[in-house]
Design a protein around this ligand. Sequence first.
Ligand code: SAH
Length: 465
Amino acid sequence: MKHFPVFIAVEGRRIVVSGGGDAAVAKLRLLLKTEAHLSVFADDALPLIRQWADEGKLVLHPRAMEPGDAMCAVLFYAANEDAIEDARVAALAHRDGARVNIVDNLADSQFITPAIVDRDPVTVAIGTEGAAPVLARAIKRDLEERLPATLGPLARIGKAFRNVVEALHMGRARRDFWSEYYFKTGPQAIDENGIEAVPEALDALLHTHLTAPEKEGSVDLVGAGPGDPDLLTLKARKALDAADVVIHDRLVTPEILELARREALVIDAGKEGFGKAMAQDDINVLIVEHAKAGAHVVRLKAGDPTVFGRLDEEIEACDAADVTWRIIPGITAASAAVAGIGQSLTKRQRNASVRLLTGHDMKGFADHDWRTLAAQGEVAAIYMGKRSARFIQGRLMMHGADPANPVTFIENASRPDQRIIATTLAEMADALSDARLTGPALTLYGLAPRAAMIALEDLQEKEFA
Ligand code: SAH
């Protein structure tokens, strides 16, 4: 972030604009929404600005800026549409101690004005650091459609009501109350009987909440997918939206954690394959404790929680404590990895089954299984397979697998830094150590990236012909 968004207190303060043309008008339209005192310096102001001055909305000084004109101003806009004059007045305003914006000159501006969605007192500011104004406008339009115009009045009435609502327990109880007010009771009251009906509806709602029995906590065991936030299910997003507590693995990406409700307590349980981690028992206790305290707990696990996720231990802990739970499946790393190389996990006449293996406890793999896997056409997705690559390679070769069989490592599947390392069984351990993978990686045994695989199959066909 090169620009940090903040909301500046302007009530009763000065904002100064230099310029009287279209650029000045555009800025003034926004500034007129504020409770600041506006001063405009322009020797030739457009009629609209003169009209605003006549109406007492701003003070117009029909001359060019001079030293001291921006004294005590919080913000200053150089809007002369003339680079030399803008530079001159910006320097003056700097000396007067104002924060300076030069219209259409990002580099020399101390702040930028975002695209604004105005539902006063609710305001949404959208900035793209000047990179994509089109995008900002599209987001603004989208939000304006989604946020009802009544949001402003509702917020104003709600604000006056805040003290009374302190009768409800802090945290979840209050949040539920406000959420019902803004998204249900409030809009409904306006629809039916107009804005005057809102305070009474608020009273009634508070009464309902004060007399309602306390909510029980629950646990959602949620698949966060392979890392791309767009690969979250809608159900997972809704769970994150409603979470009081989010307990996540280290593999869950920051982009996904961003989607958790802002007030949610986010706990890093740090489980990542072999990495240093909170002990599973401690995680179980954490989940249960928060749920017992009435929280909606989201246990966020990489990929699909049902695949190498120690899900059952957490479910058993919930059951033992009489905590309700549900599973929200996610996209497992194997699905993201094959997608990344344009393959399918199963294919007619190649493999009718596919194995999901963990390199974690490979040594306990029965010999019988190695022999099955070594057969031509077998496909396996190996999780946590980085450390056991050489072991797996040895066992497969020992059981007669073709050294030319394809092996593909997919690191950071679905993420912008995804890497694909296509190799063969004979080379796999060396290829892996050469690649120096640092992110999570999935090993696909028996699969190569689509183009390479087609070439390989052609070759094999010719060999057999
Ligand atoms: N429940 C998870 C797997 C947890 S085990 C799932 O369904 O995907 C952790 C292993 O998953 C990692 O060691 C790695 O092998 C694999 N993995 C998870 N995310 C991955 C990603 N984005 N790219 C490649 N492999 C990944």
